[in-house]
Design a protein around this ligand. Structure first.
Ligand SMILES: C[S@@+](CC[C@H](N)C(=O)[O-])C[C@H]1O[C@@H](n2cnc3c(N)ncnc32)[C@H](O)[C@@H]1O
Length: 473
């Protein structure tokens, strides 16, 4: 398994023969190959799909078509070539499928393309792919480009069958791919049972595309049910409302909600004038230090690696907070140095609605910050995202700005487990299905959405544990 994991990081996952046979069945359904036809297997590995095509033909007593396998890994390409050296109809080409030229046209394409996220590609290659492929947008993955290139090489009337992560059906970074696929006839998308690849590819989908005018698409869901739809042409997520039905059943059965294990789930602090209350840390005068808290905006948060703790030393801004740790607004004497600084902007601060209409003091924030809860370890995320991501404030030092949301769990020791859960595929799907959309198709990750997130019993029981005296102090 260890070895398989490492290989998975390079996009190498071998397809089990049972699944190969099912896919080859779809490839030739009502469209048996003729001896002169050409079949392409891009990213052929050791030849799982080449074997599959040969098996299909042998079982039916059909003369096999010509088959071309393309593999980037020299060792695997060599091994594959050796396996088929006695078959004149099988050719193995070694090279990068996405850069190779002169492969010719094909009547069928079948395979399991590599899943390598853009972040793991060298910068120059990333740029090269971006120039060559219109599906290379946002945080793309190599399998998306494999679809594009394969469709280019397919003859009119030809068929393509790929197994890939199902993510492309709804993630924002696959918008261009959905637009491209919807120009052809996506005949079927089957969501394959989750165990097909063990832990490696948890949510696979088999997609069948005929290179012809668009027509109806049959979705086969994991419970075996079928839905036929006409795909949107504009790249918006496929399946829409039906997404809810795709959710793994586990999540639907969870009885508890995230709000039950949290002290607070909320948008960050609204000062009403960040341009005055937020200043650069390296420009901070000594006398204002006692009022300064590290702070992040949504844009700044995106510069940190998601999923882990934030490195406080890299935070560039502080928020000047005229409140004590209990959340009480400081008196004019207590906040003297701060008020001297703020007084320079008094006119501007007095223009705020909270001062004019609600009657707040001129140096108060637009909304009173819940300092007691804010100063606790918490999880942060941005209000609008292409795909959900989360960060961790391990010591409760950060004051999130208004476009950053946060949650403070009752029991801070669950944060690593909670982060892992929030970043799981099942939660991502749930969010994709339930979040409101911004105009550009981005997700709005509001507090109410997270308050209602179902959580597993294990998180609930750890999350409701009463805090120890030490944690409370
Ligand atoms: C998911 S594996 C599938 C292997 C094999 N087709 C199977 O199903 O067992 C993807 C394969 O693509 C190869 N690969 C990765 N990037 C490639 C590229 N740019 N061009 C050609 N092959 C590539 C990997 O080395 C790996 O063998």
């Amino acid at each position: 398994m260890g070895r398989q994991r490492i290989r998975a990081a390079e996009g190498v996952v071998f397809t089990p023969p049972r699944l190969v046979d099912r896919m080859v069945g779809k490839l030739f359904a009502g469209k048996a190959p003729r001896p002169g036809d050409r079949v392409l297997d891009p990213g052929c590995g050791l030849g799982a799909f080449i074997d599959g095509v040969l098996r299909w033909c042998e079982r039916r007593g059909v003369r096999p078509p010509r088959i071309v396998g393309v593999e980037i890994d020299a060792g695997m390409a060599r091994a594959c070539r050796a396996r088929y050296r006695d078959l004149s109809n099988v050719t193995i080409v070694q090279g990068d499928f996405l850069l190779l030229e002169g492969l010719g046209a094909f009547d069928y394409v079948v395979g399991n393309p590599p899943y390598i996220s853009i972040e793991r590609l060298p910068m120059d290659l990333r740029e090269k792919y971006k120039r060559l492929y219109r599906t290379a947008t946002g945080r793309f993955d190599t399998y998306m480009l494999f679809f594009e290139k394969a469709l280019r090489l397919l003859n009119p009337g030809g068929r393509l069958v790929f197994i890939t992560p199902e993510k492309y059906l709804y993630v924002h970074s696959a918008r261009a791919l959905r637009r491209l696929l919807a120009q052809h006839h996506v005949v079927e998308v089957e969501l394959v049972e989750e165990e097909a690849f063990g832990e490696i590819l948890a949510y696979p989908a088999v997609t069948v595309v005929d290179k012809e005018a668009p027509g109806p698409t049959t979705f086969i869901l994991r419970d075996g049910s079928r839905t036929t739809v006409y795909l949107p042409r504009d790249g918006s997520p496929w399946l829409g409302e039906a997404m809810v039905r795709l959710q793994p059943t586990r999540l639907k059965q969870y009885k508890h909600r995230l709000r039950e294990i949290c002290v607070r789930i909320s948008a960050g602090v609204a000062t009403g004038r960040d341009n005055i209350f937020v200043v650069r840390r390296d420009m901070l005068p000594e006398e204002l230090r006692p009022y300064a808290w590290p702070t992040v905006s949504g844009e700044e948060l995106a510069r940190f690696k998601a999923g882990g703790p934030i490195d406080y030393s890299k935070l560039k801004h502080v928020m000047l907070v005229p409140y004590d740790r209990e959340g009480r607004l400081l008196g004019e004497e207590e906040a003297k140095p701060l008020l001297e600084y703020l007084a320079r902007h008094r006119g501007e601060l007095e223009k705020r609605r909270a001062v004019r209409i609600v009657g707040k003091k001129w140096y108060a924030f637009h909304e009173n910050p819940p300092m007691k809860t804010l100063a606790k370890p918490k999880i942060l995320w941005r209000d609008v995202e292409k795909e959900p991501r989360f960060w961790w404030d391990p010591e409760g030092r950060i004051i999130p700005r208004h476009n950053v949301y946060y949650l403070v769990p009752r029991n801070p020791s669950i944060i690593p487990g909670l982060l892992e859960y929030l970043s799981s595929r099942e939660v991502e799907m749930w969010i994709e299905a339930h979040a409101q959309r911004a105009a550009n198709g981005y997700l709005r990750l509001q507090a109410t959405l997270f308050k209602n997130l179902p959580i597993p019993e294990s998180l609930y029981s750890k999350g409701v544990k009463t805090l120890s005296l030490r944690q409370l102090l």
